[in-house]
Design a binder for this molecule. Structure first.
Ligand SMILES: Cc1ncc(COP(=O)(O)O)c(C=O)c1O
Length: 412
């Protein structure tokens, strides 16, 4: 057998091996206690993804900062603010490999995205492009920007199931046109909980005159992240989701070549003095959440970021498989979990899959009121799904309870 036919044979074998289902993964052992969070006892909370949940230690640090600000408002906000914010940024920069000058703190990812969109100019005929998996608030901000400039907003349709990262990248890149000026791409999508191959997509955009804004609302803390290495022009992220910071903590990173052109949504005293400075003062506001960022980094760092990610992803892979098998529903992405992190979207069984938006919303409320179970229902491609989140305070039994509640509701 010559080299070529041997390679083809081996590739064929690998292809077959890929299709052999791995044995069910055992759920991971717990690494933290529910009581370390403020979450209400008696509620099965499976929706860390929407707004995060802050540990008690982080909120205690925030309370202390708020107390200090109120005790000495002029000292803390008038004189020491730049130094305090710079200190708070340090561990975040180290965690995500961002130089302090290249990023600013914002309240949330939506604000970071809006800061970029508000700062850019477009011509009539230019296209602002994203995918059908875009978060609705970002869709609206893009539409608003397109309308203001007489430009066009367009979505690349990316149907599920998806088989591989390279297939996603290929479809996104094929969807661009010569009029596309800005691509807004999710790092981890909201309705479908998929990790998009942002590096591959950005590499494909280089040379086509397409700049990329990554919406990384879910990525920091959920997956290993080196922001500059991704190669985007802009990266907006949240820290109050998977980094367990207090609510009101996000960041915007900008490639140095564009830093002078990007301004916060609130333009204030430090306009024109550099990206980091401009973002650090946006008028009088409660900066206690930002100042407690080192406490969040310390809390998570002490448990161990890699350990946290392994726990949360391991639990998601196990729960995803368990639910798909119990409900006999097709998976949206490979069963090995290679395309999701600590969240996964799963088709509902039986007639529940046929619910439309208003019914799904009502069912989510009923499940909370009557079962004390917090789980988001997601309408996607004309079918109703749920999206599970897996954080350190969750246990395998939470997802078994979810399965039982859903099965009971499906049988009603
Ligand atoms: C993909 C994505 N982008 C942006 C956001 C907005 O986050 P925030 O409300 O913190 O700005 C979310 C929120 O869930 C999201 O899932």
């Amino acid at each position: 057998m010559n080299q070529m036919s041997l390679s083809i044979k081996l590739l064929g074998m690998m292809d077959r091996l890929d299709r052999i289902e791995p044995p069910p993964a055992a759920p991971p052992a717990p690494i933290a206690e529910f009581s370390q969070w403020m979450l209400r006892e008696g509620v099965t909370f499976l929706n860390h993804g929407s707004f995060g949940a802050a540990p008690r230690a982080v909120l205690a640090a925030q309370d202390e900062w708020r107390r200090r600000i109120e005790a000495e408002p002029i000292e803390m906000l008038g004189r020491r603010e730049p130094e305090l914010v710079a200190e708070a940024k340090k561990p975040v920069g180290e965690f995500l490999h961002m130089a302090p000058a290249d990023f600013g703190l914002v309240t949330n990812a939506t604000e970071g995205v809006n800061a970029v969109l508000n700062s850019l100019s477009f011509q009539p005929g230019d296209e602002l492009v994203t995918t059908s998996h875009v978060y609705n608030a970002v869709r609206m901000a893009m539409r608003h920007t397109a309308t203001r400039h007489g430009a066009t907003y367009r979505q690349i349709d990316l149907p599920t199931p998806v088989q591989s990262a390279s297939a996603i990248a290929r479809q996104v890149l094929q969807g661009l046109s010569e009029r596309t000026k800005l691509l807004v791409i999710d790092h981890i999508t909201s309705p479908t909980a998929l990790i998009f191959p942002v590096e591959e997509i950005i590499a494909g955009c280089a040379g086509r005159g397409v700049e990329v804004l990554v919406d990384g609302a879910h990525a920091p803390g959920m997956i290993e992240l080196d922001v500059p290495k991704i190669g985007a022009t802009y990266y907006a992220g949240n820290l109050h989701k998977w980094s367990c910071a207090a609510k009101g903590c996000g960041f915007l990173w900008v490639a140095p070549k564009r830093a002078a052109e990007i301004h916060p949504c609130i333009v204030s005293h430090l306009y024109g003095q550099g990206l980091s400075e401009e973002f650090s003062w946006q008028g009088t506001r409660d900066i206690s959440a930002w100042l407690s960022l080192p406490a969040a980094m310390e809390f998570m760092g002490a448990i161990g970021w890699a350990r946290i990610r392994a726990h949360n992803h391991g639990l998601a892979v196990w729960a995803h498989r368990m639910l798909c098998e119990r409900w006999k529903v097709p998976a949206m992405s490979p069963m090995d979990g290679s395309l999701f992190g600590a969240t996964a979207t799963i088709l509902l069984p039986g007639k529940l899959a046929e619910m439309e938006e208003p019914q799904a919303k009502a069912m989510q409320q009923r499940v909370y009121d009557e079962e004390r179970l917090e789980i988001p229902f997601v309408c996607w491609q004309g079918k109703c799904h749920i999206r599970i989140s897996c954080q350190m305070y969750n246990r395998p039994g939470d997802y078994v309870r979810l399965a039982e509640v859903i099965e009971r509701r499906a049988g009603e």
